[in-house]
Design a protein around this ligand. Structure first.
Ligand code: FES
Length: 119
């Protein structure tokens, strides 16, 4: 399911958080008129990537059972529910599931991370 299929999908330009708040990885709910959209934001070098915070295994949030979402080497996102692993930079499945995380476009403006335009 693409992120734009969620009833709570935020409109392009919706503010998410400041870039400082992201750290290495941040689980955040983006409030919309239709409810809260679950988002994971990660820092990859100088860039930011974001994914719907719904693991394709059982559609639980990756931080369902804890907050340790980064692998020890910092290259993978971990699902705390049953241990699926995803490439940090692409969201592609590495281990435990067949499909990857749904990427969400983001952009930075004035130190704020915002939802980008769908491609
Ligand atoms: S819900 Fe993520 S591994 Fe099961």
């Amino acid at each position: 399911m693409a992120w734009t299929d969620y009833s709570t999908a935020p409109a392009p330009g919706t503010p998410i958080c400041t870039t400082e708040q992201v750290g290495r990885v941040l689980s955040v709910g983006v409030n919309t008129a239709n409810g809260c959209f679950p988002l994971l934001v990660v820092r990859v070098g100088e860039a930011f990537r974001a994914y719907v915070n719904a693991c394709p295994h059982q559609y639980l949030p990756l931080d369902y059972r804890g907050t340790q979402l980064l692998s020890a080497d910092g290259t993978m996102l971990l699902c705390t529910a049953h241990g699926a692993r995803f490439n940090l930079a692409t969201g592609a499945a590495v281990d435990g599931v067949d499909c990857g995380l749904d990427p969400v476009p983001v952009a930075v403006t004035d130190q704020m991370l915002i939802i980008g335009a769908p491609s």
